[in-house]
Design a protein around this ligand. Structure first.
Ligand SMILES: Nc1ncnc2c1ncn2[C@@H]1O[C@H](COP(=O)(O)OP(=O)(O)O)[C@@H](O)[C@H]1O
Ligand SMILES: O=C(CO)[C@@H](O)[C@H](O)COP(=O)(O)O
Length: 498
């Protein structure tokens, strides 16, 4: 049997999947790495942790599957988006990576809006948000000029990992779309944007399609990972683009919900003609010449992991969530907003923070845990409401990410979204999407669509319960008031955060 490997460089961990020609996941291996939050709103990782974590995970993957490494024909990547990895002329990182959920760059976003005016939306197709890469480059230039002076170029997280495995310097279009420096429809670096901020073209990597062949593993990488230098390497894509591929979101009318560290609701766009006026993100898909629009909840799974680390340290998610199913929908009047690191959709606001409201003396930890899950899902429902208001039909949603491991949460998604929610056999959509890019690159299938027929395996459909859905619909109206009602209080608290 021949295999391909999908590597998903997530925020909480790197997840690797070994997949056979039949689309069956034969082995999985994961390595976690730390996040550094040195100040409120900051979020960084050490790129070296990605490289050592991936090498260790790949070694374990091959060992646990007990296969000949030569049977691995291809490997590709999915990566957390937007993270800035600044490199010197020797390709050494000049500082830690600044991640997608780091919100220190509000001033730089305003500067980008002032400088680019209408071109911002017409060229990059996105608003200036703190998480995107260009504001991070400007922040380093302004706040760490000595560090910036050492930098010759930049990469995104999975592109840096691939550089370390191959020695080849590239960026794929689906990830480049999240830099705010790409002409998204034209699929080239925007000269307008680069010149407006004095960024030389040499700072940016050559652009490739997500499915492009970029060489093979270097001898050092083969040594570190236990694979061979014959393993072909394919560029890979942004985690949401790969999640869409791995969930079979490859044609119009299909919608994805991903609850990872962030939360995403994403719809396929066959061309770049849709205009959401910057209310949602608009990026290049991993499928050639296609696009997707998406709304992002900054702290989706992260809200639940924060809750676990703070109030249930050492417990597994399953243990912590025991008893949550006995709490009625609506958590007996307890509501949570998941703005614990700020928010993007529909409230682009780096200063907003989360709230529990309606706390009653009868509430237990299980009420709080359920309220966190409901608040995250309500937040994602705001993106769904936006797509529906723009005329999209959202009746079936494929659900992926760590949040899709919990059947109660999948049913909650169906009830709140008022749509059928499809779970996959393996919730690791981005890793599977990366494996599909490798499978097509190796010539196993003529197209991603053909590969999806074999690789994307639906498990169970969760259908909305009418009574629960109605209850959630009423509660959603209350939830939607919470941003406006807590905004000024949270902005006033900003001065006290550090
Ligand atoms: N068994 C579980 N039940 C409910 N939620 C879970 C479970 N396991 C993980 N999660 C959620 O999934 C999140 C991690 O999802 P994942 O897709 O692995 O993230 P990332 O790709 O950002 O690293 C956690 O923060 C947690 O909220
Ligand atoms: O910033 C975004 C999308 O714009 C995030 O979705 C990141 O891409 C991180 O994803 P996860 O680690 O949550 O999968």
């Amino acid at each position: 049997m021949e295999y391909v490997i999908g590597v998903d460089l997530g925020t909480s961990a790197v997840k690797t999947l070994l997949v056979g020609k039949d689309g069956v996941v034969h082995a999985e291996a994961t390595r976690e790495y730390p996040l550094y939050h040195d100040k409120a709103g900051w979020s960084e990782q050490d790129p070296e942790d990605w490289v050592t974590g991936t090498a260790a995970a790949l070694r374990e993957l091959i060992a646990s599957a007990k296969i000949d490494p030569a049977a691995v024909e291809g490997i590709s990547f999915s990566g957390q988006m937007h993270g800035l990895v600044l490199l010197d002329a020797q390709n050494q990182p000049v500082r830690r990576a600044i991640l997608w959920n780091d919100t220190r760059t509000t001033e730089q976003c305003r500067e980008i809006e002032r400088t680019l005016g209408d071109k911002l939306l017409s060229v990059t197709r996105n608003p200036a948000l703190e998480g995107f890469t260009l504001p991070k480059i400007l922040w380093v230039k302004q706040h760490e000029p000595d560090v910036y002076a050492q930098a010759s170029r930049f990469l995104l997280p999975k592109d840096y990992l691939r550089l370390r495995l191959t020695g080849a310097f590239h960026m794929d279009l689906s990830d480049a779309a999240g830099t705010l420096m790409l002409d998204v429809a034209g699929k080239v670096w925007s000269e307008d944007v680069l010149s407006a901020f004095g960024i030389p073209a040499s700072f940016c990597a050559p652009l490739v399609e997500a499915g492009a062949s970029v060489g093979s593993l270097s001898a050092d990488a083969a040594d570190a990972t236990g694979l061979t230098t014959a393993t072909q390497v394919f560029a890979g894509g942004a985690d949401n683009a790969c999640g869409a591929i791995g969930a079979g979101i490859l044609s119009p009318g299909l919608t994805l919900c991903s609850i990872g560290t962030s939360g995403v609701v994403l719809t396929y766009e066959a061309d770049a003609s849709a205009d959401y006026e910057g209310k949602v993100h608009f990026f290049n898909h991993g499928k050639e010449n296609a696009f997707y629009a998406m709304g992002v909840t900054l702290a989706a799974g992260y809200s639940l992991s924060w809750f676990r680390n703070t109030f249930a340290k050492g417990e597994s998610y399953d243990k912590m969530l025991e008893g949550v199913g006995d709490i009625p929908a609506g958590s007996s009047g307890l509501l949570f907003t998941p703005y614990i690191v700020g928010e993007r959709t529909p409230h682009a606001d780096a200063k907003i923070r989360g709230s529990f409201i309606g706390i009653d003396g009868s509430h237990t930890r299980a009420h709080f845990a359920r309220a966190v899950m409901e608040g995250i899902t309500f937040s994602l429902n705001e993106s769904i409401a936006m797509f529906r208001a723009a005329g999209k039909t959202v009746d079936t949603i494929v659900s992926i990410g760590g949040g899709a491991k919990n059947p109660l949460w999948l049913q909650m998604q169906a009830d709140i979204f008022q749509a059928n929610v499809v779970a996959l056999e393996n919730e690791q959509g981005p890793g599977l999407g990366a494996a599909m890019l490798a499978a097509v690159g190796c010539g196993w299938f003529p197209t991603l669509d053909a590969c999806g027929e074999v690789f994307v395996k639906h498990a169970r459909i969760y259908r909305p319960n009418e009574e629960t859905s109605q209850r959630y619909e009423q509660l959603f109206d209350v939830y939607r008031q919470m941003y406006g009602q807590t905004q000024s209080i949270n902005h006033a608290l900003y001065a006290f955060r550090n």
